[in-house]
Design a protein around this ligand. Structure first.
Ligand SMILES: [Zn+2]
Length: 380
């Protein structure tokens, strides 16, 4: 059982991040781990984080949806957690995957406000509706995770819906997002210069340098961890969020920057690549090369270069009609226009997540492996 919990925690590790471009919801870890009614288990259990993330994935109909977790410092020594769980959360804190604070206060709502993200919480925040009008104006921005038949489900505090709703970043948030910020404290994992690394760096990690969301104190960008005024390190480098879709389901989003090309394939060499193997059936696995497609950001252009043995296809504007499909031969490059998708194999597609054509068939038999497909399987 202990081993199983470790495996689940490793899987969860790839679903927590403080990257404003990838996080899909905000939550307070200390609150979530105490939802005893989700499983009737121990007073506190970090597995409940996995259950809530799984529910989010089901709700957004997308695999691998990372959450921005705010963590009260006291949780790192919470006696209701096992020593193993405490160790894992400390590791996440050290690697900047979660935001540890001495006094979280309204930080969860601040992050949600700055980034336009939904909040997963049972707290009603009645007294904060003046400061954060979207709490009432946007039904679905705050959802309570509650027990459901097949795991947790969400109920909106306002309007009673079940689906998480994102809004635009607040104007202050949009300004913060356009710049890079550095913390004067040495070794700051949220706004430091270097990556986290650590003994488990090669696990299901979102492979990026730590990058958090500044706090605004009296209008001044501040490190939420250290309370120090952040230094403006210049404009944020250009980047683009892309996604892998297999069998009609978005499996993973990733960030492309000018200095970091991304390799996609069955099992790309080196770090930072997107491995498709676990989502493919035998036939697709034979067709798709170990390194298949290289993506680069050149200025505002996303350039896709086929580096495979068998080649790829391009679906201009996301058209699924066979007559529209263009060949992308080995060693050939193409700038991805609006809506364009690269197809490595029928049903295995790369594109901008918001531009994927709707209604693509979800066909487990054609490209899916037998491996678990949703975010993770949890012991019940
Ligand atoms: Zn700091």
């Amino acid at each position: 059982m202990r081993f199983e919990i470790s495996k689940v925690l490793d899987a969860i590790e790839g679903r927590v991040c403080t990257d404003p471009q990838l996080a899909r919801a905000v939550l307070d870890l200390a609150e979530i781990i105490r939802y005893q009614d989700l499983d009737g288990g121990r007073p506190a259990s970090s597995l409940r984080l996995g259950m809530v993330i799984d529910a989010l994935a089901r709700s957004l109909e997308e695999d691998s949806v990372p959450v921005y977790a705010v963590v009260h410092r006291g949780m790192l020594s919470d006696a209701d957690l096992t020593s193993n769980e405490r160790m894992v959360v400390r590791r996440w804190a050290d690697d900047g995957l979660v935001e540890v604070l001495d006094n979280p206060g309204d930080r969860m709502l601040e992050v949600a406000d700055l980034l336009g993200l939904p909040v997963l919480s049972r707290v009603r925040f009645d007294g904060l509706r003046g400061r954060f009008p979207w709490l009432v104006e946007q039904p679905g921005r705050v959802l309570a995770p509650v027990p459901g038949a097949g795991g947790p489900v969400f109920i909106a505090h306002v309007g009673g819906g079940h689906t998480p709703v994102s809004g635009p970043p607040s104007p202050a948030g949009a300004k913060l997002l356009s710049r890079e910020w550095r913390c004067p404290e040495s070794g700051c994992t949220l706004f430091g210069g270097a990556g986290g690394g650590g003994a488990f760096a090669d696990l299901a990690r979102i492979d990026r340098a730590p990058t958090g969301q500044p706090s605004l104190r009296n209008g001044v960008p501040t490190c939420p961890r250290h309370g120090s005024r952040l230094r403006d390190a210049g404009p944020r480098p250009r980047s683009e969020v892309l996604a892998v879709r297999v069998g009609g389901l978005i499996r993973r989003r990733f960030v492309l920057t000018e200095d970091q090309p991304v390799m996609i394939g069955r099992a790309p060499e080196g770090s930072g690549g997107i491995m498709l193997g676990q989502w493919l059936n035998d036939e697709a696995r034979r067709w798709i090369s170990r390194n298949h497609l290289r993506l680069e950001l050149r200025g505002a252009d996303v350039v896709a270069t086929d580096v495979s043995t068998n080649g790829s296809g391009v679906r201009p504007g996301g058209s699924l009609a066979e007559t529209d499909r263009l060949a992308l031969a080995p060693q050939q490059s193409r700038v991805l226009g609006t809506g364009d998708m690269v197809e490595l194999y029928p049903g295995v597609q790369i594109g901008r997540p918001n531009e994927f054509p709707a209604g693509a068939p979800y066909n487990p038999d054609s490209v899916m492996s037998e491996a678990p497909t949703m975010a993770m399987r949890l012991p019940r």
